[in-house]
Design a protein around this ligand. Structure first.
Ligand code: GDG
Length: 722
């Protein structure tokens, strides 16, 4: 199986004529996939802008032939707008809850769109049937849907390496809806933690109105499975380095360089999410109040990052100035307390520094995962250095034996540092052993394997494609049409024939639905009944002009086809309970802004469609609980429908109405019922010969068949009226 890995950057460096492969975490992860099962190709930006096309062609040939890399060349203007602009100044801050840093220009978005399109086009050009496409990170959020709409049969995965924030923050991005729709093109969407996953599901609900499910999101006919895959480190590379003699030499050398002082080490990209300035506040607090500096040293390795972005330049200047001031304030004849490196260090040196450090001080304000924390633990094979870790890093969920800190609380961070330095060797060792085992076992290879396996097998989650699953029922419908058989058809209205509206009164038939009703009316062999929870007035107004039967109020009233009179299907029933229930519903209405009560003949309904989504759901849950305790008798039932709680007479149901109508019919060759919510399940649960059932939309159901939405149902029923 071929995997096409798509990320902003290719794992290579171009310098003049030289192209060298680089070995980031992603490379290691993909190298860990079994070679006999998977081969990998990469698509991405080669990392430098190349001005002449002949040179581009040479580089492309070399990359494809020698390294399996397919370059997407970007101009300087595109890098400025797509990468530094929209990706790093409009999306990145919001994903990290730092909306204050958000900047936006419409031209950045235009470039983000066109560059994402170019990435998608490159995938489409190179992908063959059966390939798996794996798209990475926030720079390419639109790529999954761009691929999917052109090649629905390709399996596409998307992994987000950053956090995913709550709705209130995510929607600050002016194009948030487009980004969500873009991601939902993927068959499999992965996050580092379950929290990010939950927040994403909530954002899709609140942005697009999709019903959230914890393991997947169903959107029209496409389903995206959601999964949690915490990324790990390149464990074999660390193990091999720790075994090497070069590493041992560097350890000795670096110990001597640092004069055998106790070392507190921080390593990161120079980024405002990493909490460097807050950490310097803690260092100040620590040195001024808790410990003198002569026998200990802070080593900060800050790799230059995104230097084209203004905020990063400002941060670098600020960090340099603050480090200078602190060194001025606390240096003695024997020590400078902060050793600051604004640059990258060699990998073996990095491992040696991790190994000799007494403390790994990793305090991002927020971080998707944070691999430095895991790498520090990997290098504690002999020395028992202690990890002090921000509770806001994704890694904190797995490394809970570290000393967890709130990076905003400088005083407490400094105190924690002091206790870490004072911790016994025994305790450090006990904490590190478990963390190290986990880090070495659940490494980058494990991460890639689990994502790719789920992507490959995930089709089991997909909603059965209507065309295939509906084969049987299509045949029956065609028979009804071609052989003029007599059919009884029961159709719910809202969410089944007609798309749901925010306010129920807005759901009058659309021109499309009106045309559909007209076509259906001409089929005399079909006896159509619209079976709804709505009032008689609504049904008469919207459907009354067609030769259809009408069942109102979930089966309480019936107007047979072509008759002008309504009949009671609930004869002899008592509704005295309604007053008690209404009193409770009024209390909920008053306490939940935007909600309202609807009173019907056989039921009372509390609607919360127009209330705050989460608050409404929560109150509905409480109300249903309260009512269930009150209504533990056989007379009434409490139903949770779509954005409603309804209390109705137990003997009245759509199913009971359908059974009664069918029993009164002289004969029929075929019967069908279709609906979208809980109240329709009473029809689906009838066991009556020749009665077929169709559920519209997602969610569990007793219906035999499923279609994705009202449009798909109308299209199917049009087989009766071709
Ligand atoms: C993003 C997410 C998520 C750093 N300095 C040197 C050096 N490094 C290496 C580290 C580590 C990597 O850079 C940094 O990875 P992080 O995970 O800490 O952070 P981001 O760069 O922000 O990565 C993050 C990650 O994606 C993966 O999904 O964990 O949350 O923000 O591997 O070792 N390497 C060398 N010299 C250095 O000076 N050789």
């Amino acid at each position: 199986m071929n995997i096409i890995n798509v990320s902003n950057r290719l794992p290579i460096t171009i310098k003049g004529e030289d192209i060298t492969p680089s070995s980031g975490g992603l490379v290691a992860a993909l190298e860990g996939l079994p070679k006999d099962q998977y081969s990998t190709k990469w698509i991405g930006w080669p990392g430098s802008t190349i001005s002449d096309t002949a040179h581009e062609r040479d580089i492309e040939k070399k990359l494809v032939d020698e390294l399996g890399c397919i370059p997407v060349f970007l101009s300087e203007a595109e890098i400025a707008a797509y990468y530094e602009g929209f990706s790093n100044s409009t999306i990145w801050p919001v994903l990290h809850y730092l909306a204050d840093y958000l900047r936006y220009e419409p031209s950045w978005w235009e470039n983000y769109l066109s560059v994402n399109q170019r990435f998608a086009d490159t995938v489409l050009k190179h992908a063959k049937e059966g390939d798996l496409v794996w798209v990475h990170d926030y720079q390419l959020m639109l790529v999954p849907s761009l691929i999917k709409s052109a090649a629905p049969e390709l399996r596409v995965g998307f992994f987000l390496h950053t956090p995913f924030p709550v709705y209130e923050v995510f929607r600050c991005n002016p194009k948030s809806k487009h980004l969500i729709v873009g991601m939902l093109g993927a068959d499999q969407i992965g996050f580092h933690t379950v929290n990010y996953l939950r927040q994403f599901a909530n954002v899709t609900q609140r942005t697009l109105g999709l019903e959230p499910e914890l393991t997947r999101i169903r959107n029209e006919e496409h389903t995206s499975a959601l999964g949690v895959y915490p990324i790990g480190i390149n464990a074999p590379k660390f193990e091999a380095t720790l075994d090497s003699s070069e590493f041992k030499n560097r350890v000795q050398e670096l110990r001597a360089v640092h004069d055998n002082k106790r070392i507190i080490l921080s390593v990161e990209r120079m980024d405002y999410t990493k909490g460097i300035l807050h950490r310097l506040d803690a260092v100040d607090y620590f040195l001024s109040r808790l410990q003198s500096t002569d026998d200990l040293r802070f080593v900060f390795v800050s790799v230059p990052s995104r230097e084209g972005v203004e905020e990063y330049r400002v941060l670098t200047e600020e960090v340099e100035a603050r480090v200078g001031r602190l060194n001025g304030k606390y240096s003695t004849l024997r020590n400078n307390p902060i050793h600051f490196i604004h640059g990258s260090v060699d990998f073996t040196d990095l491992c040696a520094m991790y190994a000799i450090a007494d403390i790994g001080l990793v305090t991002p304000l927020i971080d998707g995962m944070n691999l430095v924390a895991k790498e520090f633990i990997a290098c504690q094979r002999e020395n028992e250095g202690m990890l002090v870790l921000s509770e806001f890093a994704g890694a904190a969920e797995e490394l809970w034996q570290a000393l967890l800190v709130n990076p905003y609380d400088s005083a407490s961070l400094a105190e924690t540092l002091k206790s870490a330095l004072a911790m016994t060797q025994q305790e450090r060792s006990a904490r590190n052993r478990e963390m190290r085992e986990r880090v070495m076992k659940y490494d980058a290879r494990h991460w890639a394997r689990s994502f790719v396996e789920d992507l490959q097998s995930g089709s089991q989650f997909a909603v059965a494609s209507p065309q295939n699953a509906l084969g049987e029922i299509r045949e029956r419908l065609l028979e009804v049409y071609s052989q003029k058989k007599h059919a009884a058809i029961f159709l719910d209205y809202d969410g089944t024939l007609r798309e749901i509206e925010r306010e129920p009164k807005l759901a009058s038939p659309t021109p499309e639905l009106t045309a559909f009703f007209k076509r259906l009316s001409r089929q005399e062999q079909c006896e159509v009944t619209v079976v709804s929870g709505r009032s008689m007035e609504d049904l008469e107004q919207w459907v009354g002009g067609y030769p259809f039967g009408l069942v109102a109020e979930h089966g309480a009233r019936w107007r047979p086809a072509k008759a002008g009179q309504w009949e009671d299907l609930d004869e002899g029933l008592e509704y005295a309970w309604k007053q008690d229930i209404l009193r409770i519903l009024r209390l909920y209405q008053e306490a939940t802004p935007g909600t309202f009560i609807e009173e019907k003949r056989s039921s009372v309904v509390w609607h919360f469609r127009t209330a705050n989504e989460d608050f409404g759901e929560w109150k509905a849950y409480r109300l249903a609980e309260e009512l269930a305790a009150l209504t533990a008798n056989d007379l009434i039932r409490v139903r949770r429908g779509k954005k409603i709680v309804e209390v109705c007479a137990a003997q009245v149901s759509k199913g009971a109405a359908v059974a009664k109508i069918l029993a009164g019919m002289k004969s029929y060759d075929f019967a069908l019922c279709a609906g979208d919510d809980q109240t329709d399940e009473t029809m689906f649960q009838l066991s009556i010969p020749k009665l077929w059932s169709i559920k519209v939309g997602s969610g569990s159901s007793s219906a035999k068949f499923r279609v994705a939405n009202p449009a798909a149902l109308r299209q199917l029923l049009d087989l009766l009226a071709q």
